[in-house]
Design a protein around this ligand. Sequence first.
Ligand code: ATP
Length: 958
Amino acid sequence: MEAEQVLTFSLASVIEDVLQQHSGRLGVNLASRKTEEDSLRRYEAARWLRKTVGVVRGKDLPAEPSEEDFRIGLRSGIILCTVLNKVQPRAVPKVIEGPCDSVIIPDGAALSTYEYFENVRSFLKVVEEMGIPTFEAFDLGGKSSRIVNCVLALKSYAEWKFGGGIGSWKYSGVANAKPPISGKPLLRENSEPLMKPLRTVSSGDIDGYMSDPGLDRNEKGPFSSLNSLVCEYLADKKPEEVPIAVESLLSKVIEEFKHHTRIQHEMVCVFLFSLFSTSYYEEKYNQFELEDSSRQNLILKQQNNQFELEDSSRQNLILKQQNIVEQQNRITSELKNIVHQTKLGMQSMQNEHRKEIIYLSKHMHSLASAASGYQKVLEENRKLYNQVQDLKGNIRVYCRVRPFLGGQPSHYSSVSNVEEGSISIITPSKYGKEGKKTFNFNRAFGPSATQGEVFSDTQPLIRSVLDGYNVCIFAYGQTGSGKTFTMSGPDDLNEETIGVNYHIRNSSHNGINVPDANLVPVSCTSDVINLMNLGHKNRAVGSTAMNDRSSRSHSCLTVHVQGKNLTSGSTIRGSMHLVDLAGSERADKTEATGDRLKEAQHINKSLSALGDVISSLAQKNAHVPYRNSKLTQLLQDSLGGQAKTLMFVHISPEPEALGETLSTLKFAERVSTVELGAARVNKDNSDVKELKEQIASLKAALARKEGEAENSQQSINSSSNEIPKLKSYASSPIQRSWTSGPHPYNILKGLKNTASTLKRRSLDLHDMRRDSSPWPNVSRGLGKEDDKESISGDSVDKIFMNRNDSMTSEDGLMGPWEAESKQSSPMLSPTYLTEPSKICMDQQPLHKKDNKDDEDLPKQGLDTATTEELDGNETETSESSELDLHWPSHIPKPIIGSSGLGIRAKKSSNIRPSLKNPPEVRSMIPSFIPVPTPKKPTPITQARKPPGSNDIRRRITK
Ligand SMILES: Nc1ncnc2c1ncn2[C@@H]1O[C@H](COP(=O)(O)OP(=O)(O)OP(=O)(O)O)[C@@H](O)[C@H]1O
């Protein structure tokens, strides 16, 4: 159908052209006019196009193009589409703008042809829809008149539109334009309204007209003109020329027709080509589309496949996960089962455990009770042991090992093991092998033991002072082994390091006398501490090669305690000696010279005297050489009396000190075997009161007999040549009564026993003060030389808390204590004390004896009352009771037995050769209750010395 239409051409126009070409003037005019008209219209169209699309864009279109230029310029359809889009925005949404026309498709056709065809087709489609006269695509390869017409119609439309669109647009240019010669345009479908006016001039219409016999040809403008042309052509012909003219005309028409047909054929070829191309490209396009769709399908499929795959894999995954979840669920349920079973097991185990715990707790309880029982038993054992020890009266021995001192190289210690009650010392044997020697004591403290631990073990002993016991704690050991540390503490004292002495604070102000000691009342703890500090300061301390603060004297602190039972009226008195001995040392080791050497000698002497005493006590010798040193005199009560005695034995850990250590420990072991007898409480009970009353009555009896005694004095003196020394006592009322009284012996005995008993008790300071005799300051008058002569030199600095005597070292070295106490301490002033101490007893000078006789001196008739005597044995006496005989009546009886150094002179067997039973150590302790065993008067006159002679007792009581 389309090919048919393409082949359709205008017969009239052919005839017209022929006629015009052959009609001479008329034809020339018409042709030129038409050509001119066409050119003008083309130029107008070209200018408008260039103006509208821009010169750049319309560069392919000259302002006044030839018909061919015009067609070529618009051939791509780009300018047309662009113009159309300007007029009608987005009318052609996609304008194909090929990069160049030279792109060749494989079959040789220009790629742009297809693309341009698309542009032209789009353009034509839109303008047709807009009702604008169109042209045919192939017009771009043929005549341009219809293209020009279309463009001008579009221009007219644009002017109408941009001019406001008033009214309806009508293309006025159609009337002027040459009607289209072609028939119904190709590919035109919806242009019927616009085509109506054109049809009037279309070839089809001509055909229709020609075929329509009813149509008045004269009414048809163009054809009437054709008729007129034919008529005009034939008019000047003769009739005979008409056939020829017609024939010629026809042949020309035929030629023209052929020409048109040829052109038409070419056009058809182009059209067919383009159609072919179109179809080719369409095919291609379709193919592309197909490919595209297939590709898309493929992609979709692939995607689907992928999705499916993913889906399947996902599903697999899900399945796997489900499997895993199932497995886990299974495992969980299994675990739950296990947990359940475990819980059940646990519960049963818990139950069993509970039962076991109950059983164990019962068991533990029984064990604990057994343990506590065991502990109790142990404690009981210990107590019992201690009680046994107490009963036996053994001296307790505690051993303490000093640690290596700071700055000392860390040594191999000679002490291998320290247990609660034993200590082992490494002793090198002859063959180079190490041996061990173990010593047993009541308690052993290792180097790490604190002062607190030491004190806590000492405390019970100290507490017994409050129960009325006499206690003596003394520290023994090699120089530098820690005696002072234990007793007093280090130089830099604090709460934790203070020694045994400083814990002892709550003492009463009662006490006893010790020679050269002061009895100082104290009212509070600080008084005690001040006093102790003063004593400590005054203590002779010097530096030796073995100890840079070596104590060069013994130190003794005595605390007296008195308690009174308000109901029963009984009093309890206790006293405690705290003795820090000077260290045993070897002169060569300490490198002492001069005074230091002397000190060392004295120290060693007194210590060896102590050793002798211990040795005698251990062997239960009849004679114990207390009087060989002041030290042993001081400790006499503690070592041989009824006191509880504790010896702290100290050792140094250094291997160099091994020799000293072993001898110290051996000595200590020996000490621990010493039995003192059971300690006794110092209690004044009703018996004592009776005795006191008895004394009072005796005193009265004495007073009554005084006159008789005076009368009989002379006769006694003359008749008793054997005791001339008693002359010096002639004025003594006691002696008078003894010599002239009806029962002088009994009186003396009574007095002696009473005094002796009382002497064993603590001094009652109140009693002493009641008889306010002035304190005879005898001790001050005592010469040191005497002391040196009489007592083996030992240096004893003592601090007694209720004695105002200053202390003098009897070895000739003035202790700092003396100066201090005399000058600076108001507490030590004599005004503090109104009562004399025991030392008053020695106002009456006795014969001084030489050192050798020293220890014998007490034997010379001074001892009068002894335990043995009280028990029926006539073996022991005490010089103190003798002294009581000479005690001034206005002075209360001193109580001296409990603590004095050298207070009691010992009797000796050589003085009392008649003793049947050798006295025991314990026998020297006066009995609490005197037993009036008939006894011959002791030859006290032997002990008496002429006035002016040196009195050994004065020395003793220092
Ligand atoms: N248990 C201990 N812990 C720490 N240091 C100690 C201990 N025992 C003693 N010391 C120290 O050892 C040194 C000697 O001690 P201390 O002066 O007490 O010995 P001592 O036996 O009294 O000597 P001396 O007989 O020469 O007077 C001192 O520096 C002292 O501080």
